[in-house]
Design a protein around this ligand. Structure first.
Ligand SMILES: Cc1ncc(C[n+]2csc(CCOP(=O)(O)OP(=O)(O)O)c2C)c(N)n1
Length: 441
């Protein structure tokens, strides 16, 4: 219609631009030829033919007009991760204890958040503040972390509990922070979005959308200068990908071969805003296809696919060849923040205005933890009994952490001025019992 009038509207233009060059990158990650410079690696990472399971809306709230009516993400059948193929073989080649650690951390992450959800909804504990759940997205954090060394860095997001737990974060300190207790990671002054553990290379969750790019780049440059071969991962969402800092950081990292892995967690939602509002392409990794770096598009609910892509990206970064982009397609089970539509004892939120319950159910049927478990069992990498024990132990550790948080002391209100930048320059006590303002000079 718009073309008939001699003008091309934005949507048509985007389709033309998108079809002109983006498909090479996307198809390469889906199993097509990986050989061209702009279509690095990634071939067969999911280990098999992708099949339709998750239809996406093309219009309306949550819809992406870049999709054709009837389009679907070409993913594997919901319940199965392929037990053969490159990604599967690569993950299966890891030592058993490492595989069990992945399963343990996926479970700890899910159970910790689910237990917190029950407590928030139950209303008996004094819980408040923002809490952005990662439930449903665990395969990305755990797949990425399995390819990192302990001293590599990660820069997280507001939705980062799963990143922390996947990198070995301490559940007791996490729970205590959510309860705002002095034993918490931030001594009870940070809450969910500021949990940080530099001893584990966790540069922190972050309430600033798009902050992870520069944090990761900065840490990676530090490693480069010191010759440590450490790499950094910047996690970010589809919304954050619209940040100008993304383009700025990825351009510089490419230019100077800075070892950063940019990991997009595409859950289709930018709070309640559909991804399409901020994403002018079908997939986010298409944005930067002009850069001659690897772009991987993977099933973000499949640990094997995420691990395989990350392993390649990390090897390349450590070898001094610079950054890569990995986009994991995934879904969050709960509301953007907090627990609207959630009930104690029930998984997933329903009745949210910006997505249908059917869509939530479909994605929950692709539960990354259940799929990983089925893969481990099918490959005979662990027994039912071993995995059941890990599940029970994970819940026990979560319960212990809640008890620890409840029993811990509230912070001394006066400690609120400690551990601030000002505290180094001005004795904190100057802020108390004074009639004059403290001098900062
Ligand atoms: C710089 C900045 N802008 C806006 C916000 C408000 N905000 C918080 S979360 C969020 C959505 C982020 O979406 P996305 O990056 O896709 O991550 P997701 O929540 O889907 O995991 C926004 C806009 C913010 N915290 N920081």
């Amino acid at each position: 219609m718009a073309e008939q009038k001699g003008r091309i509207d934005r949507r048509t233009l985007l389709k033309i631009v998108g079809s002109a060059g983006a498909t090479g990158v996307v198809l390469s990650a889906c199993g097509g030829s990986p050989q061209t410079a702009s279509a690095h690696s990634g071939a067969g990472l999911t280990g098999g033919k992708w099949e339709k399971t998750v239809p996406l809306a093309t219009a309306g709230p949550g819809g992406n007009p870049n999709w054709q009516p009837g389009d679907a993400i070409k993913f594997l059948p919901s319940e199965k991760i392929p037990t053969s193929g490159r990604a599967s073989d690569l993950l299966a080649s890891l030592p058993k204890d490492k595989l069990l650690t992945i399963y343990q951390r996926m479970n700890a992450s899910r159970k910790w958040e689910t237990t917190m959800k029950d407590l928030f909804v139950g209303g008996k504990d004094r819980l408040y503040g923002a809490f952005h759940t990662y439930a449903g997205e665990e395969a990305i954090a755990c797949g990425v972390m399995a390819a990192l060394h302990e001293d590599d860095y990660i820069a997280s997001t507001h939705r980062g509990h799963g990143h922390l737990i996947a990198k070995g974060g301490d559940l007791n300190k996490m729970s205590a922070e959510i309860f705002f207790k002095e034993t918490g990671y931030n001594k009870g002054y940070g809450g969910s979005m500021h949990i940080t553990d530099m001893s584990k290379g966790i540069m922190g969750m972050n309430g600033i959308v798009g902050a992870s790019f520069y944090l990761a780049a900065g840490a990676a440059i530090r490693g480069r200068i010191r010759g440590t071969k450490q790499v950094s991962v910047a996690f970010f969402g589809d919304g954050a990908a619209a940040s100008p800092y993304y383009f700025s950081a990825i351009r510089s990292c490419t230019n100077y071969k800075i070892p950063v892995i940019f990991v997009i967690e595409n859950n289709f939602q930018y709070m309640g805003v559909p991804m399409a509002t901020v994403v002018p392409t079908k997939y986010i990794c298409e944005y930067t296809k002009g850069l001659d770096i690897p772009h991987y598009l993977v099933d973000g609910n499949d640990v094997t696919a995420v691990y395989a892509a990350t392993k390649e990206a990390v090897d390349r970064a450590r070898a001094g060849n610079g950054p890569s982009v990995i986009e994991g397609i995934t879904y969050r089970w709960y509301d953007h923040s907090g627990f609207a539509g959630a009930r104690a004892g029930v998984h997933g939120a329903s009745g949210l205005p910006y997505r249908s319950d059917e869509e939530v159910r479909q994605w929950m049927s692709r539960d990354p933890i259940a799929r990983f478990k089925a893969w481990m069992l099918a490959k005979k990498l662990a027994t039912e009994g071993e995995l059941a024990k890990i599940e029970a132990d994970a819940q026990r550790a979560v319960d212990v952490s809640i008890a620890f948080a409840r029993e811990s002391k509230d912070p001394d209100p006066r400690a609120g001025v400690l551990n601030t930048y000002a505290a180094g320059a001005v004795p904190a006590t100057q802020f108390f019992n004074r009639s004059e303002p403290a001098s900062l000079s």
